[in-house]
Design a protein around this ligand. Structure first.
Ligand code: SAH
Ligand code: SF4
Length: 391
């Protein structure tokens, strides 16, 4: 018996090809795309404008399947986290962050990560495997229609869209899982699927230089780059990939990317590590770096400072709040738009990026979820979530 084709794995062009293989006309692919990605349909019987013969054919050869949900937790402020099973004891997470005028979904692209940044718990777990297109876009598919179901919003283009922005900032390095990531991005942008504008989709990378260039040609969405350091010596120790693609090359690739990007700036993420990269001198060195005064290209940018979410094996500490503020102020005084993400919940490994991973011990995940609810009740609704404190 041949395996069923998961239609979530196919981009619009592949779906046309697939319909061809079934002896169907290309416009059937458009109908299928709409049923799947606009109506969240997975049952071919429900696709009423397809001929009965096609529905029957699909039922025996195809499926629409996203990763199974292991746990689903909504905090009092509406932030919702799904832990998703991607097989062999691996799980990834997708997080929905509602805000006044938008809903952002943070998605994963790999189970684990091979880059092994010093401050990242995903990196410490090592690399398990690349996610498939269906597993990447499946996070958006599942989340959009689950959110609608919970709010009684009809599927289809007439129902109010819940996810207006997507950020690839969950587990994994998207540019080291390039083809599936780009296919998933194309589905996000396709008018017959999610129809998101390129400005509303952000890819975050630790700096895989050749792939940044390739992305600028294949699917130039908004770009975030995990900088974390103001010079190569420091960055070599935090983001090992820097030894391969040092700052000079990284900055040049950012500059090239901006010619094709939907926004006129790159977002630099900077994890604030106590006594490691958070001094006034580091801030001044950063300004010189992005302004092109230290031998690299100048890059139009915004900074997003992320207070480090500690985990036991890291041996690192989060910068203190006054230090973060002072650091941000130096950047802002130089005219660089700077935001600070405030995360809490780190002491129970419940903050962003710390929840997923090995799920052999599922009871532990449940325990953490439970703890998270308790902490939120005790310390307030923002416990464990990301809050922009100033811009
Ligand atoms: N691999 C990509 C995208 C996923 S990580 C990347 O590195 O850009 C998303 C963001 O979370 C990155 O900026 C990453 O550096 C940051 N991050 C990872 N671990 C963290 C931690 N323990 N505390 C704070 N930020 C962290
Ligand atoms: Fe991988 Fe990003 Fe974590 Fe670095 S920060 S180990 S690139 S997921």
């Amino acid at each position: 018996m041949t395996a069923l084709t998961n239609l979530l794995d196919l981009d619009p062009a592949q779906l046309v090809e697939y319909c061809g293989e079934l002896g169907e006309k290309p416009f059937r692919a458009k109908q299928l795309l709409r049923w799947i990605h606009q109506f969240g349909a997975h049952d071919f019987e429900a696709m009423t404008d397809l001929a009965k013969s096609l529905r029957d054919k699909l039922a025996t050869r195809a499926m629409v399947a996203a990763p199974a949900v292991i746990s689903d937790h909504t905090s009092t402020d509406g932030t919702r986290k799904w832990l998703l099973d991607v097989g062999q004891g691996n799980a990834v997470e997708a997080v929905f962050i509602p805000e006044e005028n938008r809903g952002t979904l943070c998605i994963s692209t790999q189970a684990g990560c091979a880059v092994n940044c010093r401050f990242c718990s995903t990196g410490k777990q090592g690399f398990s495997r690349n996610l498939t297109v269906g597993e990447i876009i499946g996070q958006l598919w599942m989340a959009e229609f689950e959110l609608r179901k919970s709010k009684n919003i009809a599927p289809g283009p007439k129902g109010e869209r819940q996810i207006t922005n997507v950020v690839m900032m969950g587990m994994g390095e998207p540019l080291l899982n390039y083809e599936p990531t780009v296919t998933a991005l194309k589905l996000m942008l396709d008018d017959n699927a999610y129809g998101l504008s390129r400005r509303r989709v952000t890819l975050s990378t630790s700096g895989v230089v050749p792939m940044i260039d390739k992305l600028s040609q294949d699917c130039a969405v908004a770009l975030a780059v995990s900088l974390h350091a103001s010079n190569d010596t420091l960055r070599d120790g935090l983001v090992p990939l820097n030894k391969k693609y040092p700052l000079r090359e990284l900055m040049a690739s950012c500059k090239r990317y901006l010619e094709f990007a939907p926004r006129d700036f790159v977002t630099f993420e900077y994890c604030m590590l106590d006594g490691v990269n958070d001094s006034d001198a580091n801030a001044r060195e950063l300004i010189a770096l992005v302004q092109g005064r230290s031998g690299s290209e100048a890059v139009s940018c915004k900074f997003n400072l992320i207070p480090f979410n500690p985990f036991p094996e890291s041996g690192l500490k989060r910068s203190h709040n006054p230090r973060i503020k002072a650091f941000a102020q130096i950047l802002m005084d130089a005219g660089i738009v700077t935001t600070v993400r405030k995360t809490r919940g780190d002491d129970i490994d419940a903050a962003c990026g710390q929840l997923a991973g090995e799920v052999q011990d599922r009871t532990k995940v449940q325990e953490r979820m439970q703890k998270m609810v308790e902490y939120q009740t005790k310390f307030g609704k923002n416990f464990g979530r990301i809050v922009e404190v100033f811009e």
